[in-house]
Design a protein around this ligand. Sequence first.
Ligand code: NAD
Ligand code: TYD
Length: 348
Amino acid sequence: MKILVTGGAGFIGSHVVRRLVMTYPEYHIYNLDALTYAGNLENLTDIDQAPNYTFLKADITDASHIQTLFETYRFDKVVHLAAESHVDRSIKDPLAFVRTNVIGTMNLLNACTSIWKEDTENNLFYHISTDEVYGSLGADGLFTEETSYSPNSPYAASKASSDHFVRAYGETYNFPFIISNCSNNYGPNHFPEKLIPLFINNILEMKPLPVYGDGNYTRDWLYVLDHAIAIDTILHKGKVGETYNIGGFNEWKNIDLVHLLCDMMDDTLSRKRGTSASLITYVKDRPGHDKRYAIDASKINKELGWKPSVTFEEGLKATIDWYLNNKTWLEQVTSGDYQDYYTKMYQS
Ligand code: NAD
Ligand code: TYD
C-alpha cells in the first residue's frame, strides 16, 4: 500500500506522517511538501530514516510535476493536508489561498483520476478540511455534517471550494473520496502565528499578547495527536463518499483560554501568578471574525468509535512542555522571515 500524505512537513501533517510510518510498517508513506514557511522537515527527524518513509519535495500548484509523480509512484491512497492555513494571511493575500487550496487540490484530483481509472476499490482520496467552511454560529447550536457551507474568510472560502470540488469529482467521476472537517488544533510543532503557539512564544519573551476585539470569540480545541488518530481511524474505517466532523467537545472563549494559558505558563516558569496575564493587550479586531465554532462530533464517535483521548488541561500542559523543551525549534522558525511577518501583522 503506497500512501501519499500531502503537507506532511506541516503541523498536523507531521503528526499524521509519524503515526502512519510507525503504526503501519507494511505501508510505504510518501510525504509530499513544498516546504513553505509552514513546512519544516525538523518536525520529522525521528522517523525520516525509516525504511517505509520517503520525502518528495513538490508544489501541488505545479500540475505537470504532480502528474509525473503520480505516474512514477502510482499511489494507492492520498491523505491531503497541504494548504495555506492561516486566516490572517488569507486576508492579506487571498489569491495565494486559491492557488494552493483550490488549484492545488484540483491538480491532485486530476492526477488521481488519471491513474486510478481501472481500480477504484483500493483507492481513496481523503481530503482534510476545517469547520471554518460552515461559517459562524450564534450562542447556541453545533456544526453537523448537514450544516450548510457559509465561509466568511478567504481561507474558509478556499477550503469550502476545494471540499466542493472533491465531492463533485465523487458525483461526476465515481471518484472515491472522504472529507473530514475538524475544529482548531493545538499541540507540538504548531507554527507560532496561530493563537496558542504565538502566545506561548510571546509569554516566553515577555512580549504583548494581542487579543483581537473583545476576546469573546469561541473556538473548539482539539489536541493534534487526537486529530491524527481520527485521521488514521477514518482512513481505515471511514465510508467512501462520507463526511465526518471531528472536534474536541471543548469550547473556549479566547480570553478565558488566554488566562488559563497565562496561569499555566506562570506556574511552569515559576513566575508570580499574573505576570503573563499582564501582557494581555486588546488590539484591533480581525475583519470578518467568526464569532463561534463548535463541532458535533457524534457521527465519528458513534460510527467509528473515535473520541478525544486527552483533556484540554493535559493537552495544553504537554504543549507548553514541548515548547519549553524545544526552544531551538522555536528560535529556528521565529528567525528571518517570521520577524517581517510579525511586524506587518501586529505593528500596523
Ligand atoms: P500548516 O500550515 O502547518 O502546514 C501546511 C503544510 O502544507 C506545510 O508543510 C506546507 O509546506 C505545505 N504546503 C503549503 N502549500 C503547499 C503547496 N503549494 N504544495 C505542497 N505543499 C504545500 O497547516 P496545518 O495546520 O497542519 O493544516 C493542515 C491541513 O489541515 C490544512 O488543509 C488545514 O486546512 C487543515 N485543518 C487545520 C486545522 C488547524 O487547526 N490547524 C484545523 C482543521 C483543518
Ligand atoms: P487562530 O489560531 O488564528 O485560528 P482560527 O482563526 O483558524 O480560529 O485564531 C484562534 C482565535 O484567536 C481566533 O478567534 C482569532 C484569535 N486570535 C487573537 O485574538 N490574537 C491573535 O494574535 C491570533 C493569531 C488569533
